[in-house]
Design a binder for this molecule. Structure first.
Ligand code: GLN
Length: 325
């Protein structure tokens, strides 16, 4: 059978190790950006924390800084949720129900629902992600949560737990996401109770991960859905292909064009300061650095992704890898 998995490999280990260390040294001193405050529990994050982890599809890990510092996954949950939903209902139905076109709007835009006549957006913004959450298999919120938490844990290769403080803090303040879910209901674009769905979405955003975990989760997407260390086939290879496609068009919301221009790889950011970049066939990069730009994307995360994509020769459209030292 023909393989669905992109091929290629990272440069040799010494080159990757050295470049990860260099990225950390280069961008650690940068002070631009602001820590997210609209979820009160995120405001206390340390702006100096900076972790980098690269996982190859063979399971080698390269880390620098606070790569084991836990934080809530936030919007980086979106590609993994979409993958699990595609696996459950098929990628054709998922596209038909959620849409896959970029909105050009901020992640939490209510307009994302009103923009198109059919109410569709894409699963990388809140509207599409909330709709995707409602499609999780199970008749009850508990059953859906079990599906989500187990699926995410398989992607990470270890059981992931909830950050209860972040969850409670966001539940107390997420009127906007409730508004999006209510609008979706009016458009018949949500398949479970809007309040219960918003609660599930919020819980999933509060799952606690580290850059180390996210690098392996990204590497699983790079590896046709097979976790590089556990060996588990979390989702089938064709699912990874469509997940990476929506990450390219909408992973960084309204700045996705700039992202693909500079980095040339599927990426996804989250408001707690995490970011993943997937090099199909090669590996996953994850960073943690809380200060964000105006679109809600980690400043040091973008700088690191840009540097490593270029120096490791990962740009999908054309690239020249660094030669061994
Ligand atoms: N839970 C956050 C929200 O819905 C996730 C957003 C993000 O990380 N961009 O607002």
């Amino acid at each position: 059978m023909e393989s669905w998995i992109s091929t290629g490999h990272l440069p040799n280990e010494a080159v990757v190790r050295q470049l990860v260390a260099e990225a950390h040294q280069r961008y650690g001193p940068r002070r631009e950006g602001k820590v997210a405050r609209y979820i009160p529990a995120l405001a206390s994050a340390n702006p100096a924390d900076f972790g980098i982890a690269v996982a190859s599809t063979q399971g080698q890990l390269f880390e620098a800084g606070e790569a084991h510092q836990p934080f809530s996954i936030q919007s980086i949950s979106k590609p993994f949720l979409f993958a699990l939903i595609c696996q459950a209902i098929g990628e054709r139905e998922a596209r038909q129900k959620l849409g896959v076109n970029s909105t050009g709007l901020p992640f939490n835009s209510v307009q994302a629902v009103e923009r198109a006549e059919d109410g569709l957006s894409n699963p990388m913004v809140n509207a599409g992600a909330i709709a995707a959450t409602s499609l999780a298999p199970g008749d009850t919120a508990e059953a859906k949560w079990a599906f989500i938490q187990e699926g995410f844990s398989r992607f990470a290769g270890r059981p992931l737990a909830l950050d209860g403080e972040v969850y409670a803090s966001e539940v107390a303040t997420n009127r906007r996401n409730l508004g999006i879910a209510t609008l979706l209901e009016e458009q018949e674009g949500i398949w479970f109770d809007p309040e219960a769905t918003t609660d599930l979405y919020t819980r999933q955003c509060a799952l606690s991960v580290t850059s180390h975990d996210l690098a392996l989760m990204a590497a699983t997407l790079a590896n046709g859905g097979r976790h590089p260390l556990s060996g588990e086939q979390v989702v089938e290879p064709p699912i990874c292909q469509v997940v990476l496609a929506v990450m390219v068009t909408a992973g960084l919301y309204e700045t996705s064009g700039d992202w693909i221009y500079d980095i040339g790889l599927p990426g996804k950011s989250g408001v707690s300061g995490g970011m993943i970049t997937v090099a199909p066939g090669k590996g996953g990069l994850a960073t943690y650095s809380p200060p964000l730009d105006g679109a809600g994307n980690s400043v040091r995360g973008q700088l690191t992704a840009s540097f490593l994509s270029e120096r490791l020769g990962l740009h999908l459209l054309a690239s020249r890898p660094a030669s061994p030292a």
